[in-house]
Design a protein around this ligand. Structure first.
Ligand code: GRF
Length: 199
């Protein structure tokens, strides 16, 4: 399974995916790590591992559609089986999503459908929930709303801050994302129509 990974920052999920591949737990190949941010920390790790990287920055005043078109051209040149969003901080246009039907997955730091969007961990703390977690899902045109592949729960502790809760969730993210990708690689998770099927 050929992957293109999109990120904007730290890149710890990309690193965990790469490590899973190196360790033989994930049967996939990272063809390209693509960022909208030239300063993304994750790019340094990708380069240190001899992964192909590309930076596509949005130019001032550029429309989302135009930007996404440039992204698509770069992604298409890598001919991926799957696009994995890993902390990519841009909302993708419907045209982009439609160009890759059932071929985009994302990881989100909450138990979706709870707390979509930005600052999911802060939202969880503000809501006073006693558990949160992470979700890997297919990407549709909504905000963190596509079919859920799997989730991991973590407790929310009384003295948690956004940082401590985020760190606890991140440990699970790093395991869950590769596990879900492996299930997709094995053909065990599929979308038929608008239904997710587990084989
Ligand atoms: C993660 O918390 C992920 O769930 C969210 O963005 C963050 C990215 O972290 N979508 P990293 O760049 O993978 O370290």
């Amino acid at each position: 399974m050929n992957l293109v990974i999109l990120l904007s920052g730290r890149g710890s999920n990309m690193k965990a995916i790469h490590q899973s591949i190196v360790d033989g737990r994930l049967n996939a190949k990272i063809d390209l790590v693509l960022s909208d941010n030239p300063k993304a920390e994750g790019l340094q790790y990708a380069q240190s591992q001899q992964l192909s990287i590309a930076v596509i920055e949005k130019t001032p005043g550029e429309s989302r559609e135009n930007y996404d078109q440039r992204l698509m051209e770069k992604i298409d040149s890598a001919k991926p089986d799957l696009i994995a969003l890993a902390g990519f901080m841009r909302i993708l246009s419907p045209k982009f999503i439609q160009h890759y039907p059932n071929k985009i997955v994302n990881i989100h730091p909450s138990l979706l459908p709870a707390f979509p969007g930005l600052h999911a961990q802060r939202q969880a703390l503000n809501a006073g929930v006693t558990q949160s977690g992470c979700t890997v899902h297919f990407v549709d045109e909504g905000c963190d709303s596509g079919p859920i592949i799997d989730q991991r729960k973590v407790p929310v502790l009384p003295n948690d801050t956004e940082e401590t809760l985020s760190a606890r969730i991140l440990v699970e993210e790093h395991k869950l994302y590769s596990e879900c990708l492996q299930r997709i690689a094995e053909g065990k998770v599929k979308i038929e129509g608008c239904k997710i099927i587990f084989l």
